[in-house]
Design a protein around this ligand. Structure first.
Ligand code: 5AD
Ligand code: SF4
Length: 440
C-alpha cells in the first residue's frame, strides 16, 4: 500500500517536472512516506527527521514533506516540534503533494492536509518515466515496469484491537471496477505483465459503508482483471481470514492467471488471544479455510503475519502459535513484537508483556519458521517452475533473478533475458529465502 502511495507521489512530482536523485544533498524536495503500523516504523521517521534538520540548515529552500500514516496521526506533534517540516500530508491527501510543494516554496509556512475523505484521484495516465528511488538511491521502477501495484480499496472497518489502520486510513472505501480495469488496461498496453491488487481487506471489496454490495464482489473483479489481454499474473493482498469466502477459494482453480500464493495473516494460534485481538475467527475456522485453499490449489504457498507478546499472552498461548506453525507449515511468516499504537484499544489492556519475553518469543518463533521455510523451499528441488524474470540477480554474479507463480525468488543461470519474460527454470537448490536453478 505504502509502496504504491510512494509511486503515486513520485509520478505526481515527475509530472510537475521534478526528477529523482540518489544524492540527498541535491534534493529540492524530500518526501518521507511513513508507516505507523508498529512503533519501530514510527521511531525511524523521527530519527530521519532529526538527520534532515542539518541538511535544511545548509539549504533553507529545501522542502521537507512527511506523508502517510505518521503524518496523519502525529500532525500536531510534527507541527509543534519539527520546524524543519514544510508539508504534513495524510494518506488520503497524497494527491495534493504538487500543489502543496508549490505553496510551501512560495509561502514558507507549514502546509497541512490531513482530511480523511477517501480520494482515488490516482494519476492513471502517469508519465512512464520512473520517479521513485529506494534507500540506496536505486530506481525502484528500473526493470519493474512489468509489474504494478493497483489500489482497489482504502481504509479498514475491522478494528483489530492492536491496530492503528482504521484511524489513520479511515473506513473502507472501494474504487469502482471501471476505474480499476481502466488503470490495469492502460498498464497492460504499456507492457505490464503482472498486477497486485491492493487493499487492507480485499475480501470486502465492493461493499458500501451501509454494508450493501455497491460494486461487483472481489472474485468477479479478479475475473475481470484476469481477462485483460497482456496481463499474465494476478496477485492480491491482504485478506482477512473471517471474510475469505468459498467463491474466492474457487477462483484459485478457475482463474489460470491467479498466482498460487495467499497471504493470510493469522496473528496468533491461540483462540483466547484472537478473541482479545477482535479477529472474529477461531483457529479451527482458520485451519478449515487454509485446508480448503490447499484442496483447491495444492501448490499454493501460504504466508502469514504473527504478533508475539500481545497483552496477556501466556506461555501456553505462545505454544499454541508455535503449534500452528508446525501444523500449517507456512512458506513464510512476517512476525512482530506487539507494540502499543496510539488510539488502538489494546493500549488500555492489562498484563502487558515484558520486552525481554517478547524478544525471546520472537526469536524462538523466527527460528522455528526459518526451519520450516527452508524445508518448504527444498520441496521445490527437482521441479520445473515458470519464472517471471525481474532482472539481474543482486549477487552480481551475472545470474538472473525472478519469481515463481507462488512468489518465491529464484536466482538462475540463463542466456540473455529481459525483465517481464517468463521462462521455465529447473530448481536445483532450495535456500531459506530463495531458490537456485538453471533454465530448463
Ligand atoms: N504491534 C505489532 N504488530 C502489529 N501489526 C499491526 N499492528 C501491530 C502492533 N500494534 C502487524 C500485524 C499486521 C502487520 C501488517 O503488522 O501482524 O498484520
Ligand atoms: Fe488492522 Fe485488522 Fe484492519 Fe488489518 S484487518 S488493517 S490488522 S484493523
Amino acid at each position: 500500500m505504502n509502496e504504491r502511495d510512494s509511486e503515486i507521489m513520485g509520478q505526481l512530482l515527475a509530472a510537475a517536472n521534478y526528477i529523482p536523485t540518489g544524492d540527498i544533498k541535491q534534493a529540492d524536495v524530500i518526501v518521507i512516506n511513513t508507516c505507523s503500523i508498529r512503533e519501530k516504523a514510527e521511531q525511524k521517521v523521527y530519527s530521519l527527521l532529526g538527520r534532515l534538520k542539518n541538511l535544511k540548515k545548509n539549504k533553507p529552500s529545501l522542502i521537507i514533506s512527511v506523508a502517510g500514516c505518521v503524518a496523519q496521526q502525529e500532525a500536531e506533534r510534527l507541527q509543534a516540534r519539527m520546524p524543519q517540516v514544510d508539508i504534513v500530508l495524510g494518506p488520503q491527501q497524497i494527491y495534493k503533494l504538487p500543489e502543496l510543494v508549490a505553496k510551501a516554496g512560495k509561502r514558507g509556512k507549514l502546509q497541512l492536509a490531513v482530511d480523511q475523505s477517501p480520494n482515488f484521484a490516482i494519476p492513471r495516465y502517469s508519465p512512464p518515466s520512473p520517479a521513485v528511488i529506494n534507500k540506496k538511491g536505486d530506481d525502484i521502477e528500473a526493470g519493474q515496469f512489468f509489474k504494478k501495484f493497483v489500489t482497489i480499496m482504502q481504509g479498514c472497518n475491522n478494528f483489530c484491537t492492536y491496530c492503528v489502520v482504521p484511524y489513520t486510513r479511515g473506513r473502507e472505501t472501494s474504487r469502482s471496477p471501471e476505474d480499476v480495469i481502466a488503470e490495469i488496461s492502460h498498464h497492460a498496453r504499456h507492457g505490464v505483465k503482472e498486477v497486485t491488487l491492493l487493499g487492507q481487506n480485499v475480501n470486502s471489496y465492493g461493499v458500501s459503508s451501509k454494508g450493501r454490495l455497491k460494486y461487483v464482489p472481489f472474485p468477479e473483479l479478479l475475473k475481470q482483471v484476469s481477462a485483460i489481454d497482456g496481463i499474465k499474473r494476478v496477485r492480491f493482498t491482504t485478506s482477512h481470514p473471517k471474510d475469505l469466502s468459498p467463491e474466492l477459494i474457487k477462483c484459485f482453480a478457475a482463474i489460470e492467471k491467479l498466482c498460487p500464493h495467499f497471504h493470510l495473516p493469522v496473528q496468533s494460534g491461540s483462540n483466547r488471544i484472537l478473541k482479545k485481538m477482535n479477529r472474529k475467527y477461531t483457529i479451527e475456522q482458520y485451519l478449515e479455510k487454509a485446508d480448503a485453499l490447499l484442496q483447491m490449489r495444492p501448490d499454493i504457498a501460504l504466508t502469514t503475519d504473527i504478533i508475539v507478546g500481545f497483552p496477556g499472552e501466556k506461555d501456553e498461548d505462545f505454544e499454541a502459535t508455535l503449534k500452528l506453525l508446525e501444523k500449517i507449515r507456512f512458506h513464510g511468516a512476517f512476525s512482530f513484537k506487539y507494540s502499543d499504537r496510539p488510539q488502538a484499544k489494546s493500549v488500555g489492556f492489562d498484563n502487558k508483556i515484558d520486552e525481554h519475553i517478547k524478544a525471546e518469543r520472537l526469536r524462538i518463533l523466527q527460528e522455528r519458521q526459518n526451519d520450516i521455510s527452508l524445508l518448504r523451499n527444498k520441496e521445490y528441488e527437482g521441479s520445473v517452475q515458470l519464472v517471471m524474470v525481474e532482472g539481474k540477480s543482486k549477487s552480481g554474479d551475472g545470474q538472473y533473478s525472478g519469481r515463481t507463480m507462488s512468489n518465491i525468488i529464484v536466482n538462475f543461470e540463463a542466456p540473455a533475458l529481459t525483465p517481464g519474460q517468463e521462462v521455465f527454470v529447473k530448481i536445483t537448490e532450495g535456500l531459506l529465502h530463495s531458490l537456485r536453478g538453471i533454465v530448463a
